[in-house]
Design a protein around this ligand. Structure first.
Ligand SMILES: Nc1ncnc2c1ncn2[C@@H]1O[C@H](COP(=O)(O)OP(=O)(O)OP(=O)(O)O)[C@@H](O)[C@H]1O
Ligand SMILES: [Mg+2]
Length: 253
C-alpha cells in the first residue's frame, strides 16, 4: 500500500508526523508532536488525555479546522494539508460533521432551522432542507421538538439538535469534542447511545472525552499526553479505559 493511504483498504484518514506549534507571545507551545495516526472507515475512535494534552488541537486538525505546522494529512488518499482555503472549506463541508461541548446552536433559530443551516450553505432548496431536517430530528428523537428554540430545550436535546445538524450534509466522519461535557449522566447516556447507533449504521465517529464511559462506546482508544500519542489500543470495556485514564493523569490505582 502506498504511504498516501488507499480508499480500497478502507483507510479514511492518515496523519504522518503531524506537529502543531502555537506562538504565544515570546514562547512556543508544542500542542502536538509527531503524530502518526490512521483511521479506517466505520471506526469509532475515542481520544482521551489530561487537560492541555492536545486533544482538541488533534480533532481540529483532523476536521480541517486547523492546519499542522509540519507533517502531512491525507483524507481518502488525497493530501489536504496544503489545499487553498476555498478548497479546504469544500472538503470540510463535504466530509465533516462537528459536535462541540457547548452545542453552538443559533439561539434565535428553531431546532428545524438550526439543522437547515449547513444545507443552506450546501445549496439545498428550501423544501428539501425542511424535509431532511425533519427526518434528522426524528432520527435523534426530537420529532416533537421541531419548532423549539435552544432555550426551550434541555442540554441533551440541544446536543441532539447539534448532532442532527452535524449530519445534515451526509458527512463521512462525525467529530465530537467533549459532546457530553455539560450534560447530566442520564442525558449523556442518550448522546452515547445515539453516537453508538450512528456508528453501527456505518458512520465513522471520533470523540474527544474525559469520561471513561463515553470513551468505552468506541472500539479504539487513543491516549494523548504532552501532545504525543502514548497509547493506541482496542477497547474491551469501561474498566480498562478507566485504568488508562488513571495512568495518564498520574493517579496510582
Ligand atoms: N490558539 C492557541 N494559542 C496558543 N496555545 C494554544 C492554542 N490552542 C491550544 N493551545 C495550547 O496547546 C495545548 C493543547 O491544547 P488543547 O486545547 O488541544 O488541549 P486539550 O487536550 O483539548 O485540553 P482540554 O481537555 O482542557 O480541552 C495547550 O497547552 C494549550 O494551552
Ligand atoms: Mg479540549
Amino acid at each position: 500500500m502506498s504511504v498516501e493511504g488507499d480508499g480500497r483498504t478502507g483507510e479514511l484518514l492518515r496523519l504522518v508526523g503531524v506537529s502543531r506549534l502555537f506562538h504565544a507571545g515570546s514562547h512556543v507551545v508544542t500542542a502536538l508532536q509527531e503524530i502518526h495516526l490512521s483511521v479506517r472507515q466505520t471506526e469509532f475512535v475515542s481520544i482521551m488525555g489530561p487537560s492541555g494534552s492536545g486533544k482538541s488541537t488533534l480533532l481540529n486538525i483532523l476536521g480541517g479546522l486547523d492546519a499542522p505546522t509540519s507533517g502531512k494529512y491525507w483524507l481518502q488518499g488525497r493530501e489536504i494539508g496544503g489545499l487553498p482555503d476555498r478548497e479546504l472549506a469544500r472538503v470540510r463541508n463535504r466530509h465533516f460533521g462537528y459536535v462541540f461541548q457547548n452545542y453552538n446552536l443559533f439561539p434565535e433559530l428553531t431546532a428545524l432551522e438550526n439543522v437547515e443551516v449547513p444545507m443552506i450553505y450546501a445549496g439545498v432548496g428550501r423544501r428539501e432542507r425542511r424535509r431532511r431536517a425533519t427526518v434528522l430530528l426524528e432520527q435523534v428523537g426530537l420529532g416533537a421538538r421541531l419548532h423549539h428554540r435552544p432555550a426551550e430545550l434541555s442540554g441533551g436535546e440541544q446536543q441532539r439538535v447539534a448532532i442532527a445538524r452535524a449530519l445534515a450534509n451526509g458527512p463521512t466522519v462525525l467529530l465530537a469534542d467533549e459532546p457530553t461535557g455539560n450534560l447530566p449522566s442520564n442525558q449523556a447516556r442518550q448522546i452515547m447511545e445515539l453516537l453508538t447507533r450512528l456508528n453501527r449504521q456505518g458512520m465513522t465517529v471520533i470523540v474527544v472525552t474525559h469520561d471513561p464511559s463515553v470513551a468505552a462506546c468506541g472500539q479504539r482508544l487513543i491516549s494523548l499526553r504532552d501532545g504525543r500519542i502514548v497509547a493506541d489500543e482496542a477497547i474491551t470495556g469501561t474498566s480498562d479505559v478507566a485504568a488508562r485514564v488513571a495512568q495518564l493523569e498520574g493517579v496510582s490505582l
